[in-house]
Design a protein around this ligand. Structure first.
Ligand SMILES: [Zn+2]
Length: 148
């Protein structure tokens, strides 16, 4: 099933990176997967890259983010970085931006994700979005194209 750009997964994560769950979400069919983690992990769009921006003034902090994220992932650092703007930011509070200015974040931290595998479209249907909202409130959607 060839499609331009390859397989598309829609990854739905709660806006709150530390929210446990999802409670009460019933996958509509076998094309869905629910992942849970003991602590927040970073979900990304995988192909196409992204940059990290300061949530206060929008400056690019991608290099500092990459170092801080590696420390957090490896368990040797906090989930935070000291920003040139003068603040310390939770990594989950950074804005992750895809090249080209998609309205969806390019990455997000979360303890769980509901994933529609091989989605037919980058726009979920309204029944899906209503079920997601009812289950875990405000959420981000990441349009992920798995590498390989
Ligand atoms: Zn900052």
């Amino acid at each position: 099933m060839a499609r331009p750009g390859g397989r598309l997964d829609l990854v739905f994560v709660p806006v709150d990176p530390d929210a446990p769950g999802p409670d009460g979400f019933v996958p509509p069919d076998e094309g869905w997967r629910v992942e849970r983690h003991p602590r927040a992990v970073l979900y990304t769009r995988q192909q196409g890259g992204f940059s990290a921006k300061c949530p206060r003034d929008g400056r690019d902090v991608t290099a500092a983010f990459v170092r801080a994220h590696a420390g957090w992932r490896d368990g040797v650092g906090p989930r935070a970085l000291v920003c040139p703007c003068g603040s310390s930011h939770d990594l989950a509070a950074l804005r992750f931006v895809a090249p080209g200015g998609s309205t969806h974040p390019a990455a997000a931290y979360a303890r769980f994700a509901v994933i529609q595998l091989d989605a037919p479209s980058a726009t979920p249907d309204s029944a899906t979005t209503e079920a997601l909202s009812a289950s875990f409130g405000p959420y981000f959607m990441i349009a992920r194209r798995p590498a390989g």
